[in-house]
Design a binder for this molecule. Structure first.
Ligand code: SER
Length: 317
């Protein structure tokens, strides 16, 4: 079926991979990328690009009228560590941005919208191992609070206005195409870059800071699969738990050391350690598996192989 897809926040960590995959499926001109960053002259041939600040209502209206999108992926957000430095700005971007985009979707008759939540919706009294779909949620970061409020907002808009919104709770995401920006789980990407450059890494989380993680290809698969699933399979209209693989810095370091001779890690935990300690260690994603067939492809070893292979190939180009 022909779709016109608008990705909001296309130049971030998820958007970079998502736009690439969606263009493979739908064709380059049926996917419009948009982000607050100005157009990159080096990427002009990838397909349509629009500069968009999600807090600019008139620009949103202009782009929705111009492109008439049928499906939206709304990814623009400020992540956990950055939002702790700028709580008011984080709240404004994550909440007001979402309100504006949801309203524009209703006004312009958008068929489906994807909005990502995060493991940051959980907090210190949430069960940390195999965190269930439904449990205590008491996030302590402004990012987590905005994501939990966003989940409630998704369900509200679905029930009250029929907006067909779909969502998953991303774990820490690991990919090679783009760097993450300002998250607590960013170490798991940085470590690969430093391993290849200097054979050494200083982790800002402790050796045993176990967190739920996922390879980017799995995250993109979950994102597209839930957005394209028949509406009746998407029974939860807040957000689904999804799991890839859980590990801590010492475990990923030894997986890298097996492949890069002489690689070493040391530890200098900073403010992000506290955030990590308030999040789950592993996630129970049974409900997503049952409802819309979620199933990850990458475990730790497969991900480490793929990251090192892809990043080495990019470096030697
Ligand atoms: N990766 C995100 C962060 O660390 C979690 O959703 O903020």
């Amino acid at each position: 079926m022909s779709e016109t897809i608008l990705i909001i926040g296309s130049e971030g960590q998820v958007g970079t991979d998502l736009q690439y995959r969606l263009r493979e499926i739908y064709g380059k001109n049926n996917v419009i990328s948009s982000d607050i960053r100005p157009a990159d002259p080096a990427k002009l041939d990838r397909g349509p690009y629009e500069q968009l600040d999600v807090l600019d209502h008139s620009r949103i209206a202009e782009l929705f009228s111009k492109h008439k999108p049928t499906v939206i992926y709304h990814l623009a957000a400020m992540l956990s560590a950055t939002a702790e430095q700028h709580p008011k700005k984080g709240w404004e971007l994550n909440m007001d941005g979402t309100f504006s985009i949801f309203d524009a979707c209703l006004e312009h008759g958008v068929k489906r919208i994807f909005w990502p939540s995060s493991i940051a919706v959980f907090g210190p009294t949430t069960p940390r191992v195999n965190t269930p779909q439904h449990c205590v949620m008491d996030p302590g970061t402004i990012y987590g609070i905005s994501k939990l409020a966003g989940e409630r907002y998704c369900e509200y808009y679905f029930k009250r206005y029929g907006l067909d919104v779909r969502s998953v709770r991303y774990p820490g995401l690991i990919g090679w195409k783009a760097l993450p920006g300002g998250g607590t789980t960013d170490y798991a990407v940085d470590i690969f870059h430093q391993a290849l450059k200097t054979k050494a890494y200083t982790s800002f989380l402790k050796a045993d800071a176990m967190l739920p993680m996922m390879y980017m290809d799995d995250a993109i698969k979950a994102t597209i699969n839930i957005t394209e699933a028949p509406a009746e399979q998407v029974k939860l209209r807040s957000s689904y738990n999804i799991a890839g693989c859980s590990f801590d810095p010492q475990t990923i370091a030894s997986a890298i050391a097996k492949r890069i001779d002489g690689f070493t890690i040391d530890y200098a935990p900073d403010h992000r350690q506290k955030i990590a300690e308030s999040w789950p260690q592993s996630i129970d994603d049974t409900v997503a598996r049952e409802d819309w067939g979620w199933n990850p492809d990458f475990d730790l070893d497969k991900m480490v192989d793929e990251m090192l292979m892809r990043l080495s190939a990019t470096a030697s180009q």
